[in-house]
Structures are given as C-alpha cells and as structure tokens.
Design a protein around this ligand. Structure first.
Ligand code: ADP
Ligand code: MG
Length: 194
C-alpha cells in the first residue's frame, strides 16, 4: 500500500504518519511502529540535512525498516539497528546504496528505487542463487517472498532486504572481515612501499 503526502520534509512526514496511525485513519501492521515514530523524529533532528529531506511518499513499514520515496526518486530507509547482518559487507546482489550513515542512534540508507511489478517465484529463486553463490546462507526468503527483491530500471535483479543474506557461522564472518582487511592493505599500503 502506498500513500502520498506531497512534498513534506522527513520530520513532517513522520509526524503525519504517527498522527494517521493514532487517529486510526490508517491501519498499522506493527505495534512497535507508534513508539518508533517518536524515536526516529528525535534522532533525525541531529542531522538537519536528513530531517529536511523532501519525501514524496511512504512505501512500506517492514519489521525492521520504515521506507520512503524521496522527492528525488530514491528510496530512504530508516532502521533502529544496522540493516546489514553483523559484519556483512554490501555485495553485488544487494540493492545499490547511494549513501548511508548513523544519526543519533538510528541508521539511514539512501538506495536506488527498484520495481517489484510482475516478479514471481522464479525471480526469487534467481536471487537466492546469487546469495548462495557468494557463500551466504539464505534467511527468511521463501520462493513466494517477492517483496524482498526488486528490479532496477536496466533490468538487474537485486535483494532489497539485506537481512535475507547471512553468514553461515561467526567464523565465516570473521574470515570474510580479515580477507577484506588484507585486500585493503594490499590496495592502499603496498603502493606506499611498506
Ligand atoms: N530500494 C527499494 N526500492 C523499492 N522498494 C523498496 C526498496 N527497499 C525496500 N522497499 C520496499 O520496502 C519493503 C520493506 O523494506 P525491507 O528492506 O524489506 O525492510 P524490512 O527489513 O523491515 O523487511 C520491501 O519489502 C519493499 O517492498
Ligand atoms: Mg523485508
């Protein structure tokens, strides 16, 4: 379900969202959302740039993220915890993230907007294959969960919800982190002659 608000700032949009849930003018899928609005409003105030971002509409409230479309046509996701599982880097199968950061105690992600029309189980299976090929475990992604995937304008399939790809074990996470550290040293330190 998508509701348009016109062009309001993120703070105003969150205030409107809270009001519409409180007055019962729209149903809300998750009980925690009402408290979350205050939490997000308080935290985003610490970044005037984020708080003033113009929002075109709300796209969704997931179990972990509140998702908006910005006036510029990007997706803006707010989460209370890091949306990527512990130590997991962004991979080729993840939706391209243009900018992300932590403001106060919340995380925000500005991503490319993907399209979800006409995606069926076959597409989900392809994304699952992409996740497994990179050595991750597929989590909470049944073949019918087309809402967790999307397609870019140029027809590339991506995973939208990073929580669906997890490390198999803590050792896998630490090994991957060490590998990335060595790669970084190789790229930046070696050319300096160390
Ligand atoms: N980049 C995106 N483009 C288009 N829709 C998105 C994008 N990211 C999320 N969504 C929509 O928002 C929903 C919730 O986002 P998601 O990342 O799955 O959060 P959660 O972890 O709370 O489930 C998705 O199921 C999808 O419909
Ligand atoms: Mg999801």
């Amino acid at each position: 379900m998508q509701i348009s608000f016109g062009s309001k700032t993120l703070t105003e949009t969150l205030q409107d969202e809270k009001k519409s849930v409180l007055t019962g003018s729209r149903p809300c899928g998750y009980r925690h959302i009402l408290d979350d609005y205050d939490y997000y409003i308080q935290n985003i105030e610490k970044s005037p740039e984020l708080a003033q971002t113009k929002i075109a509409k709300r796209i969704s409230e997931g179990a972990s993220a509140i998702v908006f479309e910005t006036e510029g046509g990007d997706v803006l996701k707010l989460t209370k915890f890091r949306h990527y599982p512990f130590l997991r880097p962004q991979e080729d199968f993840d939706v391209p993230v243009k900018k992300h950061g932590k403001v106060g105690r919340i995380h925000y992600y500005i991503e490319e907007k993907l399209y979800q029309h006409n995606l069926n189980e076959g597409f989900v299976r392809i994304v699952k294959g992409m996740i497994r090929d990179k050595g991750y475990r597929v989590y909470d992604l049944s073949d019918f969960d087309t809402h967790q995937i999307g397609m870019s304008k140029d027809g590339k399939l991506y995973l939208l919800d990073p929580e669906c790809a997890r490390f198999k074990t803590i050792f896998h996470a630490l090994y991957n982190k060490t590998k990335r550290l060595f790669k970084m040293l190789d790229t930046y330190v070696k050319p300096m002659g160390y």
